[in-house]
Design a protein around this ligand. Structure first.
Ligand code: PAF
Length: 294
């Protein structure tokens, strides 16, 4: 049995793709016992009806997949981990950085792994989950006991048929996604536009250069492979063009009046700057502007 904590778009995508009957959602307090039912629209082929049961107290999962929002993760995990065997691998799928390290620091002896994915999923209406874009998923260990469980976790999640691979340098992989999110998400939320449109806005054009200078300095200070501001900007703009019509996750959160993950994207970079003595006024400004919208 594979348990999933977090029944948002990503959780529902993995639940729908895992072999039928082998997956359960971790119930929230006061959860009704009726299975969670929804329609799932795959990349190809007809829509299917999915029913996922809730994990019963006495069931011990072989893997816990955590697809909560970054800001909810620690609190959502606390009550679950008091009932979960110490040896069960926990795979964190959060966006940005900061929340994964907090989980690993809180439970350093548990097998904690982090995943980063470019699979796209959304819920255009309640009761419907859409697999919106094919991507790739990488998994790597954050704690020493996690190391031995990477390949087992990869093969379990590869049963979905999605592309899942082991990543020995998972922090570097998480940083690569963070760079893209830091250069796109806040701008789309502030300007309230799809990803591609930010490129034509003077607000973006004014700040993207200084933002990339800050990120380049932070990468070097963090011991990550160095990247020039020009190469960072190129990577951000390639993704913005390739996903031009998409609504970023941060803009979607804002439109749905949900809290955004800004604290784990530009907010994380601003905190890191304070730690390393690197000025990060643009990351701080973007964080403050998104928080004002929140
Ligand atoms: O957060 C998101 O929405 C995505 O990571 C990205 C790359 C910005 C595309 O929408």
């Amino acid at each position: 049995m594979i348990a999933i904590l977090g029944a948002g778009s990503m959780g529902r995508l993995w639940a729908a793709k895992l072999p039928t009957g082998q997956v359960a959602f971790v119930p929230r307090p006061e959860q009704s016992v009726a299975p969670l039912a929804y329609h799932f629209r795959p990349l190809q082929g007809p829509e299917i009806s999915v029913q996922i049961r809730w994990l019963y107290d006495f069931q011990s999962p072989s893997l816990l997949v955590v697809t909560t929002k970054a800001g909810d993760t620690l609190n959502a995990l606390q009550p679950v981990l008091s009932r979960l065997p110490d040896t069960t691998p926990i795979v964190l799928f959060q966006n940005g950085l900061g929340s994964q390290q907090r989980v690993a620091e809180t439970w350093p002896n548990r097998p904690i792994l982090a995943a980063t994915t470019t699979e796209g999923a959304n819920r255009p209406e309640s009761g419907l989950t859409v697999h919106a874009g094919k991507g790739e998923t990488w998994i790597g260990a954050l704690t020493p006991t996690g190391e031995t469980l990477v390949s087992k976790s990869v093969s379990t999640l590869a049963e979905t048929g999605l592309s899942v691979q082991a990543e020995p340098e998972i922090l570097t992989r998480l940083w690569q996604k963070l760079v893209i999110n830091a250069g796109i998400n806040a701008f789309t939320a502030i300007l309230n536009c799809p990803n591609g449109e930010i490129l034509n806005h003077s607000f973006y054009q004014q700040w993207i250069g200084p933002l990339c200078n800050e990120i380049s300095a932070l990468l070097a200070a963090s011991g990550q492979p160095p990247r020039s501001p020009t190469s960072l900007r190129g990577a951000i703009e390639t993704v913005a063009r390739n996903t031009a019509a998409n609504t970023s996750s941060m803009r979607a959160d804002r439109l749905a009046r949900r809290p955004t993950e800004i604290d784990f994207i530009n907010g994380y970079l601003a905190r890191l700057g304070a730690e390393y003595g690197i000025d990060t006024p643009v990351n701080q400004m973007l964080t403050d502007r998104v928080k004002q919208l929140d």
